[in-house]
Design a binder for this molecule. Structure first.
Ligand code: SF4
Ligand code: SF4
Length: 203
């Protein structure tokens, strides 16, 4: 477990939810949680999502570094995120509070931290979770300060564990999507992507 001690206490400044330059990237499980929690149809969830297409080709190195791999769409590689309002804030932010707090995506749950795994015993599939402040958090999170209390590392590592498992599951889901698109088995439209997520819900 991480031995470094971190200081943080959310002061609800809303900076992480209103940063114009941040897209709230979603896993397919995040989408499912929102769909179930708000009881949304395929059409309704599509109204809340953006398919953000990468403007340039991605190198293999960049792809390897991405915790959420991009999906193949008709317009190129893209990632799926929550839409933003005209001011650039997340559509679910209201009076600096999250309207879907209990259903908020993993990306929001883990902020201001990011997690990475390190194999400590590959034979035994044992991994160690390391955590660190994200660069965006260091830029604008008012909850990180000398006056803030030390966080409970155990609690956060538990969150990190859950997130890393979910990211692996999501990577498999995206691999299947991309493979089906490559083989011409599926038209890579936003509608079909959501349909595949709904099919997984029934599994
Ligand atoms: S889903 Fe909620 S916590 Fe996440 S960015 Fe939007 S308002 Fe903020
Ligand atoms: S930027 Fe930091 S302090 Fe502000 S709402 Fe987000 S997590 Fe809380």
């Amino acid at each position: 477990m991480s031995k470094v001690r971190y200081k943080f206490k959310c002061v609800f400044c809303g900076n992480c939810c209103s940063d114009k330059g941040t897209i709230v990237n979603l896993t397919y499980l995040d989408i499912l949680r929102i769909v179930r929690g708000l009881n949304l149809s395929e059409h309704e969830i599509l109204e809340l999502l953006g398919f953000f297409v990468f403007s340039s080709d991605l190198s293999e190195e960049t792809l390897q570094k991405m915790v959420i791999p991009p999906i193949t769409t008709l317009k190129g590689k893209a990632f799926v995120g929550l839409l933003k309002n005209v001011e650039g804030a997340c559509i679910f932010l209201k009076d600096n509070l999250c309207k879907i707090y209990n259903l908020r995506p993993m990306f929001c749950r883990s902020f201001p931290f990011s997690f990475k795994t390190k194999d400590i015993d590959p034979m035994d599939k044992k991994v160690e979770i390391h955590m660190y402040y994200t660069s965006k958090a260091l830029e604008y999170c008012k909850g990180i300060s000398d006056d803030a209390p030390y966080i409970n590392n155990k609690k956060w590592i538990k969150i990190g564990n859950k997130i890393t498992k979910e990211l692996q599951e999501n990577a498999q889901f995206i691999e299947i999507w991309n493979m089906n698109v490559e083989k011409g088995r599926i038209q890579p439209t936003a509608k079909n992507f959501i349909k595949m997520i709904f099919r997984y819900d029934k599994k």
